[in-house]
Design a binder for this molecule. Structure first.
Ligand code: UN1
Length: 496
């Protein structure tokens, strides 16, 4: 086998080694013998250089007309589209999710990039009448400056694109620190941006360890916003670090998403939804279904059907098109899932299927675990309360619709929820009363589209939304402009 390729940081339009002289290996979680690439283990100095470059580039990028910025984005989107297959394959090799899903991840980046390219000809503000004669009022969006993105491994290209594209179209410049487990997808994404004409310094990448780089990234006073996707625990640290300089902070954090199945639901559809929601991406989505609550009258029928289907899921290397669930992303994710399976058993839940690490043959090469379902889960159990971020699904039952709503809301998180029912009144009631940022009727808890706001309530977020037009509110500030053409001093609230 040839030596693995060494990938560099991208700072001020140049691919460079880290000043630390250190690197790390990125291995395939489905086959740990394969080194996907060698990446830079960056240090504080690298971060400073990247932030300096982004600060310098901001001076000119903010003045490029937004439609011209959009033209670059259109070219980036077209290149992503033409390279979709190889980008997806690289992503499956570094992250493990199945090739159909990594194609979807790249597609999400394509959608976001085309969408934000179009924003270059909108970025609307508003005009409104002044309360004074011969005076004009309007609002304009202004970029913030240097943005720092700390991005996760579960959507290695989609999430960096959610953050980058609205930031770029609005005239900001960027430093991305990708997740240690998935730097290649971000490097691929940035290389395409470079080749399609993004000027030097506008988008920079430093790879390496989050614990080492977070402080230099977040606390540099030139940084105007930090956008972070990851755990609530780390999000709290990011938020506190941002507070000192009043650095803006956009957080997308944990979830404990619920699917409710009413007694009138189309059960086959509800089983399809739970299976895809819980075991898609090996359960490693913020939006993954980790709780299903079923009306007691259909619970047995629903659960039996779900368990049967879960047992048949083919788990393996995601590059094999017939595989339905890939590995966990890392040893530590695998350890987490195995420890939660023990916690579930000790807590008194019934293990209905799965529960074991998969071994033997090719499974020995990676971090594979069986799709796992616990039934008889109650609200006092840890597997009911805590985010697991792995293919472990907890099933509980309820008597009344009101109880289902109470149970759905019984979590510190508020990202996504879904309801399967044929009753329009219940659907609208749940839509109103469930405390999440995303709500689905007769669809699973996963599957957000790029032109809809993405984010959550309670401990999932801090009030911001990603994707859609809402993302522009994160990466711009409003400037209110008053133009007085009366030729006289006019004092609002006093002279009229
Ligand atoms: C995530 O869950 O981490 O809604 C992001 C979805 C995807 C994005 C998920 N479009 O499932």
């Amino acid at each position: 086998m040839s030596d693995p390729k060494v990938y560099q940081n991208y700072i001020n339009g140049k691919w460079v080694d880290s000043l630390s002289g250190r690197t790390y290996e990125n291995r395939n979680p489905a086959d740990t013998n394969e080194v996907v690439g060698i990446f830079q283990k960056s240090n504080e100095e690298d971060v400073k250089k990247a932030i300096d470059a982004a600060s310098e580039a901001f001076k000119s990028w903010r003045l490029v007309p937004a439609p011209k910025r959009g033209e670059i984005l259109y070219r980036v989107a077209s290149r992503l589209l033409s390279m979709k297959e190889e980008l997806a394959s690289d992503m499956t090799r570094e992250m493990g999710k199945i090739i159909d899903e990594t194609r979807g991840d790249v597609q999400e980046a394509i959608d976001m990039t085309f969408y934000m390219a179009g924003e270059g000809r909108r970025l609307y503000g508003m005009t409104t009448p002044s309360e004074m004669p011969n005076k004009f009022n309007m609002t304009i969006r202004q970029p913030l400056g240097v943005c720092v993105f700390i991005t996760p491994w579960n959507f290695p290209m989609a999430i960096p694109s959610w953050k980058s594209m609205p930031a770029l179209i609005a005239g900001n410049t960027i430093v991305i620190k990708p997740a240690t487990d998935t730097p290649l997808s971000v490097v691929n994404f940035v290389r395409i941006c470079e080749e399609e004409g993004l000027p030097p310094g506008v988008l920079n990448v430093v790879t390496g360890s989050g614990s080492e780089l977070s402080d230099p990234l977040i606390k540099n006073p030139a940084v105007k916003i930090v956008s972070f996707t990851g755990s609530t625990e780390i999000g709290r640290v990011v938020s506190e670090a941002c507070a000192t300089n009043f650095t803006h902070c956009c957080l997308e954090m944990g979830g404990k998403n619920v699917q409710i199945v009413m007694d009138d639901a189309n059960l086959e559809l509800a089983v399809d939804g739970a299976l895809w929601g819980a075991f898609g991406t090996t359960g490693q989505r913020c939006t993954a279904t980790s709780r299903v609550i079923c009306h007691k009258d259909i619970a047995e029928k629903f659960t039996n059907a779900l368990v049967e289907r879960a047992k048949k899921l083919k788990v393996g290397n995601g590059l094999d098109q017939s595989v339905q669930m890939g590995p966990c992303v890392s040893q530590s994710q695998l350890d987490t899932v195995l420890s939660y399976i023990e916690i579930g058993k000790k807590g008194g839940a019934k293990l209905a299927c799965g529960g074991e690490r998969l071994t033997g043959g090719d499974h020995d090469k990676g971090y594979f675990v069986q799709p796992t379902i616990f039934t008889g889960v109650t609200q006092d159990m840890r597997i009911w309360k805590e985010e697991i971020f792995c293919p472990v699904l907890s099933v509980a039952t309820f008597d009344t619709f009101e109880q289902a709503i109470e149970m759905a809301n019984d979590t510190p998180y508020g990202l996504s929820a879904s309801l399967f029912t044929q009753d329009v009144n219940k659907a609208y009631t749940a839509m109103r009363d469930i405390q999440t940022g995303i709500f689905y009727v007769n669809a699973p808890t996963i599957g957000a589209e790029t032109h809809m706001p993405f984010g959550g309530t309670k401990e999932t977020g801090n009030g911001h939304r990603e994707a859609s037009e809402a993302a522009l509110d994160v990466f711009t500030e409003w400037k209110s402009v008053y133009v007085d053409f009366s030729g006289a001093l006019q004092r609002p609230q006093i002279d009229n």
